[in-house]
Design a protein around this ligand. Structure first.
Ligand SMILES: [Zn+2]
Length: 315
């Protein structure tokens, strides 16, 4: 499923030049081949020299002078070098984010012509770093490289699940993300948005320090990370850090994912994320809506929620 805001002339031209009728499928196949070169037991894709050499990248250099987080540059020797920032403090520059930047940059080589120098493969491409379709494709390819479909399926099988399970085993997201050395939000996006083409929103929340209120069931939570379904190349407004209200039974002891009836204001929150021009309204002041059908898993102190963008009121 391609997002609405995308240059279809460019997609079609790239597909033609790469000899495929389905560019997304081509990305899946190409990144799965590459991932095998970087496969490290017990289970993550290492963006090491062997994998990089396969796409003509001679190495990665930490470079604090570059304007972006990372960039790929041609060298005189017909190869490329990835320059990247290096932040030592979280949440910027975690190992997981760093791996994503490198995977994104190396994916740019897919859309370079065979002529050395980083020339675009298609005449429909804008300059490197400024074409939203190319950036979207690189993000898609980077996620596919770090979370190959086959690897996700194998991890699910090991736990007794499969991709089509309903409700999906949300409780496995943190553990799988750790194993694959990716951010949980990236894993959630890849799993639900890219592989399943599902308009599902996945959010992880944790209690704020002052979470207990008079009503024992209603507590204040903070959004730790989110994977909001977009359907466009434009990214939704970040919700990370927002305080939300969430009804929660403290004595629940979940080790699996269950169905849950969720406050309908969560849909309003998602709608807000899609209208970044408007001022953010606190969760408690959002207009009320009927409860919605959702899935819930508790992992330690945090709670992972998922609900469809096209959700209907729960009964
Ligand atoms: Zn890029």
């Amino acid at each position: 499923m391609l997002p609405r805001v995308i240059n279809s002339d460019l997609i079609n031209d790239l597909a033609r030049r790469l000899g495929t009728s389905d560019l997304l499928n081509w990305i899946e196949t190409r990144t799965a081949e590459l991932a095998r070169l970087g496969w490290k037991r017990p289970g993550f894709v290492d963006l090491g020299p062997r994998l990089l050499a396969e796409v003509g990248v001679a190495g990665c250099i930490a470079d604090m002078k570059i304007a972006d987080l990372a960039t790929i540059r041609p060298q005189e020797t017909q190869s490329y070098v990835i320059h990247h920032h290096y932040f030592r403090t979280r949440p910027y520059g975690s190992v997981e984010d760093h791996r994503f930047w490198v995977a994104h940059e190396l994916s740019h080589t897919f859309w370079f012509s065979a002529v050395p120098g980083g020339l675009p493969l298609s005449s429909h491409q804008k300059a490197i770093g400024s074409d939203p379709t190319i950036e979207w494709l690189c993000n898609r390819a980077a996620a596919a490289l770090l979370v190959p479909r086959g690897l996700l399926e194998a991890l699910l099988r090991e736990e007794g699940y499969n991709l089509r399970d309903d409700p999906p085993p949300l409780h496995l997201i943190p553990n799988f993300a750790r194993k694959l050395r990716v951010a949980p939000r990236l894993l959630a996006r890849r799993w639900f948005h890219d592989i399943l083409s599902s308009p599902r929103n996945v959010l992880c929340i944790e209690p704020t320090p002052r979470s207990h209120e008079k009503d024992h069931n209603t507590t204040r939570f903070r959004i730790l990370w989110e994977a909001i379904f977009s359907g466009s190349t434009k990214l939704p407004r970040k919700l990370q850090g927002r305080v939300v209200r969430f009804k929660y039974q403290h004595n629940d002891d979940l080790v699996r994912t269950i169905r849950h009836s969720l406050d309908g204001r969560w849909l309003e929150l998602i709608a807000q994320a899609h209208t970044p021009s408007q001022k953010a309204i606190p969760f408690s002041q959002l207009p009320s809506r009927p409860p919605i059908a959702a899935e819930l898993a508790r992992v330690g102190k945090s709670v992972i929620l998922s609900f469809s963008w096209e959700t209907s009121p729960s009964s």
